[in-house]
Design a protein around this ligand. Structure first.
Ligand SMILES: *[C@@H]1O[C@H](CO)[C@@H](O)[C@H](O)[C@H]1NC(C)=O
Ligand SMILES: *[C@@H]1O[C@H](CO)[C@@H](O)[C@H](O)[C@H]1NC(C)=O
Ligand SMILES: *[C@@H]1O[C@H](CO)[C@@H](O)[C@H](O)[C@H]1NC(C)=O
Ligand SMILES: *[C@@H]1O[C@H](CO)[C@@H](O)[C@H](O)[C@H]1NC(C)=O
Length: 540
């Protein structure tokens, strides 16, 4: 006999206008079938979203164009496959086109580069040493570079570095890192014992480590249940941080998620540097899932001021336990927790009880008053699901396939081909009067430390004291981690009236490429916590 525990959730509402109408979050179905399951996603600077799964799922539900087929003697499932495993989704027209991937991209990683191209690294089988480039253009397709990696990279994490290269860290049975592009053909991988120390050989609870570029150019690397500050240029651990209280693992397959909290500047530097790690599955959950017991997911988040002389984790309790959730930085500066389940772990068939309600975390609220439950979706987003911020402030949600193949019937959580958007409450029509609209006479290219002039309109009366300008780096999302994700709240914010309902705000660009590696960012004007649509800016 089963007992169903029914939990009534209070859906958070935000008061958005002066008439105190309630603003709520909502969902919209964008596509009922994009033909593939969205396992990896990246927003490109032309507002297209690159999506791909893996080549050895068997046939997908989308044919390659013009009768094209991929012939791959190494593929485990289909030696000749005439279906697509990658698409380019065009946000503006809500349409997509199939792309051709030649080798297996399963559980890989990547990073948007300075020029706006995506460099994707590794995968499985014949794809594990391959680097693939996708440029932003209307007819672009994948370009593959064989044997471009020194080590196989499967479940690795990447980050764009200040010099314009990316670092690729770890992966299955890889306790090392390498860079791409290489400075010379002889450039090797460098060992990283931290990945051995945090690895339980049976469980591998440190895959897809959480990697953040620290604002002094070093890397904060979290794996399993603890973190280091790492100088990759000297292969030196600079600091070790305490174990997260409770000691439960937070990385794949106990998949939690993490973000570097929004960064504010003070006198040209970042004021406080904080990391938030949420959810995951308790110790032993993976073995138990293999044995058919699905342990409840972790309900805790740990927040740490990594810049403190004596940093300590502060634990917080989420309203909903969550494993395989995604954490996204919204342009308003809030953190969104979305997707995942409330029992089991990552891995084929190991997740249970979808968590349909996203939760917002407000980092500046007092402790105990930071979480707000949002409107539920109707679609479970379990293992191999994704979420991504797009320019207009919506969050694209796709994927979920906990099966080795595409299985649509007689399975728990069938392979999911639907693409949805989550609309945070700031997109509620009640907020539209407050929403800034950035005008084309704003600056879109600037250098470090530059004075940046942004102009915008607001329909309702402006509250000049609640205007801020934020910059978000579009990230590479897979397996509940958004690589390269950072949000900068720019210094300044002196708002002046320059016309009827038209304003100008002057801010200072980030001080250095350590804080903001040269690349495309989305810039938003936020007024009373309601962000404008973003504009693409490039810092160099
Ligand atoms: C996908 O393709 C399979 C096999 O052709 C078909 O049975 C199934 O209905 C399709 N599913 C969707 C959602 O299109
Ligand atoms: C899992 O099941 C196997 C086979 O029944 C058993 O030998 C093993 O002890 C179980 N492991 C755990 C952690 O329960
Ligand atoms: C999924 O489909 C494949 C191929 O059709 C089949 O062999 C496999 O048993 C199915 N998986 C599940 C979990 O039903
Ligand atoms: C804000 O901008 C106005 C107009 O440019 C200027 O007169 C004023 O001094 C500025 N205030 C601050 C605090 O920078």
């Amino acid at each position: 006999m089963t007992f169903a525990l029914i939990i009534f959730l209070l859906i958070a509402t935000t008061s958005c206008s002066r008439v105190t109408a309630a603003a709520t979050s909502s969902w919209s179905l964008l596509q009922s079938n994009i033909g593939i399951t969205a396992m990896h996603m990246q927003l490109l600077p032309n507002d297209r979203v690159l999506i791909y799964d893996r080549t050895d799922f068997g046939a997908s539900n989308l044919s390659l164009p013009d009768g094209k087929c991929r012939v791959d003697p190494y593929d485990y499932v289909l030696k000749k496959d005439c279906t697509a495993h990658s698409i380019e989704y065009d946000v503006a027209s809500n349409s997509f086109r199939p792309l051709m991937v030649q080798t297996d991209v399963w559980c890989s990683s990547g990073s948007l580069m300075t020029d706006g191209s995506l460099i994707q690294t590794g995968g499985f089988n014949d794809g594990d040493h391959v680097v693939r480039v996708f440029n932003s253009c209307d007819a672009c397709d994948w370009i593959e570079i064989k044997s471009a990696l020194v080590k196989r990279r499967w479940y690795a994490s990447n980050h764009l570095l200040p010099g314009g290269r990316q670092i690729i860290i770890g992966g299955r049975r890889q306790y090392n890192y390498e860079f791409y592009p290489k400075t010379s053909t002889s450039e090797k991988a460098y060992s990283l014992p931290f990945l051995v120390q945090t690895n339980d050989p049976k469980l591998e609870n440190n895959l897809y480590p959480f990697v953040f570029l620290y604002p002094d150019g070093k890397l904060f690397i979290f794996a399993n249940n603890r973190a280091i500050l790492f100088d990759y240029s000297r292969n030196k651990v600079l600091r070790t941080y305490p174990e997260i209280p409770g000691g439960d693992p937070r990385n794949y397959p106990s998949t939690g998620s993490a973000v570097l909290l929004p960064m504010r500047f003070r006198e040209g530097g970042v004021a406080v540097i904080e990391v938030l790690v949420c959810g995951g599955a308790p110790k032993g959950a993976f073995v138990n899932a293999q044995n058919g017991t699905f342990d409840g997911a972790l309900k805790t988040c740990g927040r740490i001021k990594v810049s403190d002389p004596n940093p300590q984790w502060v634990m917080e309790t989420m309203p909903l336990a969550r494993v395989m959730g995604d954490m996204l930085l919204l342009p308003s500066g809030d953190v969104l927790l979305i997707n995942g389940g409330s029992a089991g772990t990552a891995g084929w068939e190991y997740g249970r009880d979808p968590v349909l309600n996203p939760v917002i975390y407000k980092p500046d609220n007092p402790l105990g008053d930071r979480f707000e439950v949002q409107t539920a979706s109707t679609i479970p987003r379990m293992y191999h699901s994704t979420a991504l911020l797009i320019r207009d402030g919506r969050v694209l949600v796709g994927g979920s396939n906990p099966h080795i193949y595409y299985n649509f019937t007689d399975v728990l959580y069938p392979t999911e081909l639907r693409l949805e958007a989550f609309l945070p409450s700031y997109l509620d029509p009640h907020c539209s009067g407050l929403r800034p609209q950035i005008t084309p006479d704003s600056q879109t290219q600037f250098g470090y430390g530059d004075r940046v002039v942004i102009r915008f309109r607001v329909v309702d009366r402006l509250d000049p004291d609640s205007v801020s300008v934020t910059m978000v780096s579009p990230s590479f999302n897979t397996h509940s981690f958004s690589m390269n994700q950072r949000l900068l709240i720019l210094e300044g914010g002196n708002t002046t009236v320059i016309g009827k309902s038209k304003y100008q705000v002057i801010v200072r660009a980030p001080p250095s490429s350590n804080v903001a590696p040269g690349r495309y960012y989305l810039l938003f004007v936020v007024h009373r916590q309601v962000p404008s649509e973003g504009i693409w800016v490039k810092i160099s």
